[in-house]
Write a protein that binds this ligand. Structure first.
Ligand SMILES: [Zn+2]
Length: 240
């Protein structure tokens, strides 16, 4: 699905640890090269390769990968991509987790125990293995709030902490389109704030929504997909 000319929404389906799910990385393409925003779960490598192949690309041929944050469903295929030629970009506060010098914040023992209990036995061993050796890669470019990347007509980096400390959203002013990462979700066709279950700091996450551009028409959520037009009006309702 095209988000705007030169931006393709990939759909990666999988039987997740907690049930079936689809996630939505975005592929940006122009003469400036190919950039992937978020990389899917570990185990979605083949699905990601197939989705890239449909656009004449492979993981090894990506020029950049921008990570909205450190969560496992976003960094799952990062090592395979970073093994190619891609430059890795993430917010400064997220880098230590992505590089593996700090343990992933959502991989805390209590939360993991709860997840393991909900999981079929066959998946447990695989999950434990993943916990003991999560995906990681060097972050080449540290991003800051309000930074403008001179790519694809301009990308504004908006620091949207709460879901994680260094979570970012990407705004494309020219297209009035926001890639929200997990700062927002689409649930039953409606644009919503972040999932409380997976957002450790909800007050901060809520405050982050107030930073988002009011003139936005479309929001692409990693979980739930595209919302719009009219996203700005809905955003105002959520922010209150
Ligand atoms: Zn996520």
């Amino acid at each position: 699905m095209q988000l705007f000319p030169g931006a393709e929404v990939l759909e990666l389906p999988m039987q997740g640890f907690g049930g079936p799910s689809v996630v939505h990385p975005v592929l940006l393409m122009s003469e400036e090269g190919a950039t992937l925003v978020d990389t899917g779960f570990p185990g979605q490598g083949a699905a990601l390769e197939a989705a890239l192949k449909a656009h004449g690309l492979s993981m090894a041929e990506l020029d950049r990968v921008i990570l909205t944050h450190q969560d496992i469903d976003h960094i799952g295929n990062l090592p395979a991509i970073a093994a190619g030629r891609a430059t890795v970009l993430a917010h400064r506060l997220e880098a230590p987790y992505i590089e593996g010098s700090e343990p992933l914040l959502k991989f805390n023992p209590e939360r993991m125990q709860r997840m393991l209990e909900r999981m079929p036995e066959a998946a447990q061993a695989q999950f434990k293995q993943l916990m003991s050796d999560p995906p990681k890669a060097h972050v080449d470019v540290l991003l800051e709030d309000d930074e403008e990347l001179p790519l694809y007509g301009g990308i504004r980096i908006i620091h949207t902490p709460g879901h994680t400390p260094g979570h970012i959203s990407l705004y494309f002013p020219k297209h009035r389109t926001l890639i929200s990462g997990d700062a927002m979700r689409v649930v039953n066709g409606q644009l919503e704030g972040p999932g409380p279950e997976v957002t450790p700091d909800m007050p901060t996450a809520q405050a982050s929504l107030a930073k988002l551009p009011k003139d936005v028409e479309y929001v692409l959520c990693y979980h739930g997909g595209l919302f719009g037009p009219g996203a700005g009006k809905r955003l105002q309702e959520i922010v209150g």
